[in-house]
Design a protein around this ligand. Structure first.
Ligand SMILES: Cc1cc2nc3c(=O)[nH]c(=O)nc-3n(C[C@H](O)[C@H](O)[C@H](O)COP(=O)(O)OP(=O)(O)OC[C@H]3O[C@@H](n4cnc5c(N)ncnc54)[C@H](O)[C@@H]3O)c2cc1C
Length: 238
């Protein structure tokens, strides 16, 4: 008897098992061929549906079916995890300790996402604040050099108030502000919270008029209102 073992009950394994069972139906009926599918979960998950979960149009439980219900009757199903393939002996060792012999083996165990292996990939686990700090440390040699050259060649002169303002923008707006901003994005969602940034021109106008006494023309007010109207329109269109 020819023993066909298929490892994996995803799209690849399930299709292969059913196609083989249909092609070899006569030989299976005569006891000449045996088809066994091994799957770790015992459930088939329709992965393309994941996208619809993200968009809120699908539920997780609707994307999974018992593997048995998808396999043709003559196919044997073993729900277990293969831990080793002994090629020379033509056997598969399962997590339960069982050893399954095969004559033909189909490997359909899918793939695993390993983003850490992408060069320069920053792992999500690294955390936002570490990324911000490392970005500043790594860019410091460049920014310090450019600032030094600019200061030396342009005869930089600034009073204490200007330096205080510079320090405030550097430490509070460009450094500490990021912590609050990214924490807000993480909590409320990038798409929703990111819209707040569009209110920046309006706030800038308001504060510049209030704190610095700058004149606000009809044109600038009109532009600010147009920006606000676009934000409101995009929110309603979602
Ligand atoms: C969001 C998303 C959208 C997609 N959209 C499309 C699309 O539009 N069109 C398209 O063609 N493809 C699409 N794909 C890809 C497609 O879903 C996959 O390529 C396909 O599901 C892979 O099937 P597979 O059988 O190779 O692996 P899998 O479906 O991953 O199945 C592998 C099976 O092997 C089992 N297994 C693994 N290791 C062992 C072990 N040691 N012992 C026992 N069992 C084991 C697992 O339990 C699993 O059931 C999409 C994927 C995703 C995530």
């Amino acid at each position: 008897m020819d023993r066909i073992v298929i490892l994996g009950g995803g799209v690849g394994g399930t299709l292969t098992a059913n196609l083989l069972a249909r092609r070899l139906g006569d030989r299976i009926a005569r006891g000449e061929v045996d088809i066994t599918l091994i799957d770790a979960q015992g459930a088939h998950v329709y992965q393309p549906g994941f996208m619809y979960i993200a968009m809120g149009g699908e539920r997780e439980e609707r994307l999974s079916r018992p593997e048995r219900s998808l396999l043709d009757a003559p196919i044997n199903l073993i729900v277990d995890t293969a831990v080793r393939i002994a090629e020379a002996a033509r056997t598969i060792v399962l997590a339960s300790g069982a050893i399954l012999p095969y004559d033909y083996l189909v490997l359909a165990t899918g793939s695993r996402i390993v983003p850490e292996e992408i060069p320069f990939y920053v792992r999500r686990l690294t955390g936002g604040w570490q990324v911000i700090c490392w970005a500043l440390v790594l860019s410091a040699p460049l920014t310090a050099t450019v600032a030094g050259v600019a200061a030396a060649t342009t005869g930089l002169h600034a009073g204490p108030t200007a330096w205080l303002g510079f320090a405030y923008v550097s430490v509070v707006s460009m450094f500490l502000g990021f912590f609050a901003w990214y924490a807000g994005l993480a909590r409320g969602g990038v798409a929703r919270v990111g819209q707040i940034q569009l209110a920046q021109p309006v706030l800038t106008l308001g504060w510049s008029a209030l704190l610095l006494g700058e004149s606000v023309t009809v044109l600038t007010v009109g532009t600010a209102l147009a920006v606000l109207a676009s934000v409101a329109a995009t929110q309603r269109a979602r």
